[in-house]
Design a protein around this ligand. Structure first.
Ligand SMILES: NC(=O)c1ccc[n+]([C@@H]2O[C@H](COP(=O)([O-])OP(=O)(O)OC[C@H]3O[C@@H](n4cnc5c(N)ncnc54)[C@H](O)[C@@H]3O)[C@@H](O)[C@H]2O)c1
Length: 429
């Protein structure tokens, strides 16, 4: 099948490379010239484990192409996946990037094509896209369907190749059959294939993300209670998670949830609720609780430091919103670090994806490794759960005698730390 991925970011590039690996001819396009130039030189613009090899293999086999020519790429393809960003603006999904793509599609419908929204778009977006594309000239030349993407950054290739489910939202038998054939190698490996209405597919994505955000926020609040009642939240999470109806995943307390999906998708879902005059009070309360969490953790840092922040050296291990990715979008560190700087702290950080992040202050220093980042630390904050942070010999990597560790991911146990005479603070314990 000839496929065009429009938008070559985390979703478009990974799913495009994976579709090409299944034997399809895939063109990934992007209107950001720099991204396409890099990809054509074999440079992967994002950090995603395994992506380099996957792209190289399919480039070599001439099944994967990168192009800036959106019109031509649309014309020669049978299935067009819209994979552009849908950030929030005034708490609603901003669909300007999606509609710009739809405009390009409208003028290049030279034969029947399936137009797929893989971007996360609010309920009724498919209806609106169909309306824009409809014209006498375009009659019977397209189906607009929803195929939400559930991959997680850091596990994106595995998630794409072995998804729990493939959701296809369309009433068109023709489009459904083509999509089922496209996903057949994945379905054959055991993934469930669900054909549903387009609006249902759109809502499945938002409802899933809002539910996961709720689970994280719930355990974070239980962790707050544990901190005050001398209970270890890890015990509570284990005890809860063993109930099959609950499950242990996403019951790990930590910083506020961040990233490019949960914050924006929960906000956009509330806004969809408002359009349909439905009060999504649970989701609203999750958003509020998550926003409060940043402040709560800052207060905790202040109390750990006994309110003495001026000229204290604080080291962040990991600054992205989670491990396995270089994505900084809505990372809790973006709120915490500027607040700590304002209170006079000096921030050092190490980020395993190797990138220097765009923090604007002379009091924030990037280091190439854990040891250098920690050597002068008064406080070490474990912000993300990379494997390389899991077995640190804090006394060896830190020169200061009275340093403290705030483990926001509970990678260590209070018992071990006590044994090693390290002043240790976890979450919910
Ligand atoms: N990142 C994730 O983990 C993830 C997972 C599931 C779903 N999603 C959803 O997928 C969508 C894309 O997310 P992402 O993280 O890949 O975004 P991204 O920002 O990494 O990539 C979007 C790309 O689209 C390009 N683009 C914008 N307008 C364009 C146009 N008119 N023509 C061609 N290219 C254009 C941008 O230059 C950018 O490279 C979003 O709706 C997101 O919610 C993301």
């Amino acid at each position: 099948m000839k496929i065009c991925m429009i938008g070559s970011g985390y979703v478009g590039l990974v799913s495009g490379a994976c579709f090409s690996d299944l034997g399809n001819t895939v063109t990934c396009v992007d209107n950001n010239k720099e991204i396409i130039d890099k990809l054509n030189k074999g440079i992967i613009p994002i950090y995603e484990p395994g992506l380099q090899e996957l792209v190289e293999r399919n480039l070599k086999n001439k099944r994967l192409f990168f192009s800036k020519d959106i019109s031509n790429s649309i014309k020669k393809s049978d299935v067009l996946f819209i994979c552009v960003g849908t950030p929030t603006k005034n708490n609603k999904a901003n669909l300007k990037y999606v509609y710009n793509v739809v405009k390009s599609i409208k003028f290049n419908l030279n034969k029947y094509k399936i137009i797929v929204t893989k971007s996360t778009v609010p309920v009724t977006t498919g209806d609106k896209i169909e309306k824009i594309l409809n014209s006498k000239k375009n009659q019977n030349k397209f189906d607009v369907i929803s195929n939400p993407e559930f991959l997680r950054e850091g596990e994106a290739i595995r998630d794409f190749q072995y998804p729990d489910r493939v959701v296809i939202g369309t009433d068109s038998k023709k489009a459904n059959q083509i999509m089922k054939n496209l996903y057949l190698p994945i379905i054959k490996k055991g993934s469930r294939y669900i054909n549903t209405s387009r609006r249902s597919a759109e809502l499945i994505k938002y409802a899933s993300n809002a539910f996961l955000a709720t689970k994280i926020t719930f355990i974070n609040e239980i962790a707050n209670l544990c901190e005050k009642s001398n209970i270890d939240v890890q015990d509570v999470a284990t005890g809860m998670g063993l109930d099959d109806r609950i499950g242990s995943r996403f019951l790990r307390p930590g910083p506020a949830y961040g990233g490019s999906c949960f914050p924006k998708d929960t906000r956009a879902l509330v806004s969809t609720g408002q359009i349909f005059k439905t009060n999504l009070s649970v989701v609203k309360s999750v958003i509020n609780s998550n926003e409060r969490r940043n402040k709560l953790l800052l207060n905790r840092i202040e109390s750990i430091m006994k309110n003495k922040m001026k000229n204290k050296s604080i080291t962040f291990l990991g600054v992205t919103f989670k491990s396995g990715t270089d994505d900084m979008r809505e990372s809790p560190s973006l709120k915490m670090i500027p607040s700590l700087l304002k209170r006079g702290a000096i921030i050092n950080y190490y980020e395993p994806t190797g990138q220097k992040k765009q923090f604007k202050s002379k009091n924030i220093i990037f280091y190439e490794n854990v040891k250098d980042a920690c050597q002068n630390a008064d406080l070490i904050i474990i912000h993300t759960e990379w494997n390389e942070f899991k077995q640190l010999n804090f006394k060896k990597i830190t020169k200061k005698r009275n340093f403290k560790v705030f483990d926001m991911r509970n990678l260590y146990t209070p018992k071990d730390m006590k044994k090693n005479k390290i002043s240790y603070f976890g979450i919910g314990r």
